[in-house]
Each structure stands twice: as C-alpha cells, then as structure tokens.
Design a protein around this ligand. Sequence first.
Ligand code: SF4
Length: 353
Amino acid sequence: MTSTSTSPPAAAGSPRQDAAPLLAVHDVTKTFPGKRGRTAPVRAVDGVRFEVAAGETLGLVGESGCGKTTTGRMIVRLLEPTSGSITFGGRDISHLGPRELRPLRRHLQMVFQDPYSSLNPRQTVARIISDPLLVQGSSAADARCRAAELMELVGLIPEHLDRYPHEFSGGQAQRIGIARALATRPRLIIADEPVSALDVSVQAQIVNLMERLRNELGLAYLFIAHDLSVVKRVCDRVAVMYLGRIVEIGPKHQVYTAPAHPYTRALLSAVPLPDPVAERTRERITLLGEPSPSSQLRSSRGDPGRPAAPPPGCTFHPRCPKAQARCRTEAPVLTDTVPATGRRVACHFPEPA
Ligand code: SF4
C-alpha cells in the first residue's frame, strides 16, 4: 500500500510499541449466512479487537472453529468483515475494492497451513515465487532474480527454481510458501497454522526460520496456532480466542506465567512439560464436557458450544469450572486487568493477573 511505504522500517527484531500500530482490528465481526433459510446464520467472529506493532509477533490461539482463521482471512481481505474496522498502516482497509487492494497486497501477505495445497502443482517454484512480483509490475527477469535470492534466504537451493512443488518435502514446500510471502517485502505476514501440518522435527526448523526472518527483515507476524508451545516460542504477545471472541490478551510472559481466564488456564495446563516427572505430577484442568484424563468419562453438563448457537451470558460458562449464576446471563467484557501493559481479560471472576 503506497500510503504506508514512507514509514521507516522497525528496528530488526524489536517491536515498535511506541509508534502507531501497524495493524489495528477494531470490533470486527463476521457472520456467515445460513443455508437457504434451513440453518441459522453463524457469527464466526464476534467483536474482535487487537493491535499489532511493527516488528511484533502476536499469537492468536484457540481451538479449531474459534474464528482465528476467519480473523486472519479478513485481515488479508480474503473475506470481507461484516462490521468493525481493520486499519493497516493508518488506513482503513475493511471495505476496499480489488483495485485499491492490489497495492496493499505488497505489504500484507499470508502463509497457509498446508504448503502443498497452497502451491499450484502445475507451476514451477520460480513461477510460484515470482507471481506476486509480476502482479505488482516487475519484469520476468527481475522477478526470477528475486526468486533466486528468496530461495537462498529461506534455506533452499536456487538451482531448484525450475522444479515443481511435489519434488520438495513438506518442510521445503512451506519454505517455498514463506519465500512467496516475502517476495514483495511485506511488513506483516498472517501465518495461519504454518507448522501444524509438518513433522515435529521440521516444525522447529520452520519456526527458527520465521524468527530469523523477523529479526533480519523487521517483519511483524500474526501467528495463528492451536499449539501453545509453538506460540510461546515465537510470540511477543498472545491473544486467546473462544467462540469468536478474544477472552484474554497480553504480553506472553504474563499470560503464560499467570493466566487469568479459566479457558487460558485450561489450555496451558494441557501443554506437555519437557520434564517427565513434572509432567506426571502436574494438575491438568479438565473443562466440563470433555473427557477427564483419568476417567475418560464425559461430563453431562459440558457443551463445547457452537458459533451458530452460542450459549447466553459468558459463552464459556457451560464448560467453565468457575461459572456462577451471573455468568449464565451477563456476557463479560474484555477489560484491562493490569493498566498500561495491554493485559485484558473477559471474565467476571478472573484469577489475579
Ligand atoms: Fe467462567 Fe464466569 Fe469467567 Fe465466563 S465469566 S470464564 S463462566 S468465571
């Protein structure tokens, strides 16, 4: 987006919290219509609000279906928000048309979960990486030259540019996806579960690569994931989503060491610990409605909830071990718990932060 390109880049690897946010998502909702009147509309995202600074990585975590991918897709405008605003580099991009979006795409790119399905199997890697540059008006020779540079940057061999995606391993294919995202020198990358389709050994390599690129290029990431150990490794701040809403957001060390929302506490209690003794003796918080690790019995009170028919009051109350009468009728608002730190929690009875 040309209007943003005059901003100086962030210092490599250091979030610019002092400056205006690079990305501001404000009360954004997304409602999908029901099927021909037979099913109710689905509010997949319900009033989400967060910011990402230049050079910062914000983790967006939650269970499958909580609305985190829909949020990412609205930011890159693969989906249009139903309401609310998305501001990038100081410009409201929520409802821009295709022509106005084209220059924006240079600065705002996406890395997808499944590297193979996101790469055209009939195109060479050279074509795949060059495509965003050709769309932006680069010559074929310049685009190929840049594609070779990018192959090297992401740890691949430039001589393999004329190969096809199926000739690469899953980890290598994801490196190609990252190279394509970097082609236009973006300022923000939406990484949607970028390692969850990869083997554990390869996950670490891709996470290392993304960290290195962030430090070298001053990139910002919105890192969407369900694996809290990966998020802990790469993020400066973390936002936890449940049924379309953010229930807790704050600096990573605060959220991980003193989670205030019962849902965050339950998610973190399920993260495996590296020490086998500590892992055996730790207390796992079991949400109502999910199998207990000891009994494998399902509680009759619990219900994971559906975006098409969210429970009244706090949408988490059917699963919450701390729920009280007020929670069944009154929805909690995302509120500052530690002023000036950006720590916010949506719960009537949060743990001390
Ligand atoms: Fe649990 Fe009530 Fe807090 Fe919701 S508001 S998370 S039900 S304690």
